[in-house]
Design a protein around this ligand. Structure first.
Ligand SMILES: Nc1ncnc2c1ncn2[C@@H]1O[C@H](COP(=O)(O)OP(=O)(O)OP(=O)(O)O)[C@@H](O)[C@H]1O
Length: 257
């Protein structure tokens, strides 16, 4: 079996007396979608921020295997090298599209800016790619010069996804990508994410408290509670035959809803 793309061991982090992460381990392989689920405050966002180098853990390591095969300890990389990784190989989809978009520049500019950060220079090529990606995320290309603030919440989220994926990252961190949207908009967005992930062969670390989203998108899932991973396994196995008492409660609460 090929080595993991990202491998974390022994991650711990406290906020005062609160153990946000307590000895967490996780691996993700190329082309895999892994969901991190759990109730509010269980440490999901903290884990994503530590894995993506935005937060430094008190203990533990995160290793990332670059395309050429070299392995990097994410928290030992210099600031510039980490930023380059975040701009090229990695992508981040935030729950609130305003955290991932530049609201003062056009939709096309939002997509083009990320392409330019990876070296694209030719105006026609950049505009062509932006048009293509707007279509791909089901936004009318006639809106290319519109500002994101004139878009609906669902459109803003689709634009954020286009901006993130235009550079073909290998690993995408998604933090509640459908949170805060209407149920019908969520369903459409989940279908779109599923299709793009399959088309591009992306690896995705998906934080969600939405079990249905995890069921639809993820090959594997980890269940977190109070900073610890209490259960992990193939998504269907975990949801159809939960072993840990907490996972059983989580699944039962969804079935009852
Ligand atoms: N900056 C911070 N300062 C102090 N405590 C924090 C901070 N960030 C998170 N925490 C605490 O760490 C724990 C884990 O928080 P985290 O945001 O990772 O959980 P979560 O599972 O992502 O929750 P949610 O689903 O509500 O976003 C919680 O008890 C939270 O209150």
């Amino acid at each position: 079996m090929s080595p993991p793309l990202l491998e974390a061991r022994g991650l711990s982090l406290r906020y005062g007396a609160v153990p946000a992460l307590d000895d967490v381990a996780l691996s993700i392989w190329p082309g895999e979608v892994v969901a991190i689920v759990g109730e509010s405050g269980s440490g999901k966002t903290t884990l994503l921020r530590v894995l993506s180098g935005l937060l430094r853990p008190e203990a533990g390591t995160v290793l990332y295997r670059a395309p050429a095969g070299a392995t990097h300890a994410v928290h030992d990389m210099g600031e510039a090298a980490l930023r380059r990784l975040q701009r090229t190989d990695w992508g981040f989809v935030h729950q609130n599209p305003r955290d991932g978009l530049r609201l003062g520049i056009s939709a096309g500019g939002n997509i083009g800016e990320r392409l330019m950060a990876t070296g694209a220079r030719h105006y026609g090529t950049i505009r062509g790619a932006a048009t293509e990606w707007l279509k791909r995320v089901e936004i009318d290309p006639a809106r290319i010069d519109g500002l994101p603030r004139t878009f609906s919440g669902g459109m803003q989220q689709r634009l954020q996804i286009a901006r993130t994926l235009v550079t073909h990252p290998r690993l995408v961190f998604m933090d509640e990508p459908t949170g805060g949207l209407d149920v019908s908009v969520q369903a459409r967005l989940l279908d779109l994410i599923r299709a793009l992930v399959a088309d591009l062969g992306l690896s995705v670390l998906l934080v969600t408290h939405d079990i249905a989203a995890a069921r639809l998108l993820a090959h594997r899932m980890l269940v977190m509670r109070q900073g610890r991973v209490v259960e992990e396994g193939l998504t269907d196995r975990v949801l159809d035959d939960p072993q840990h008492e907490y996972t059983q409660l989580l699944v039962a609460s969804v079935l009852a809803a």
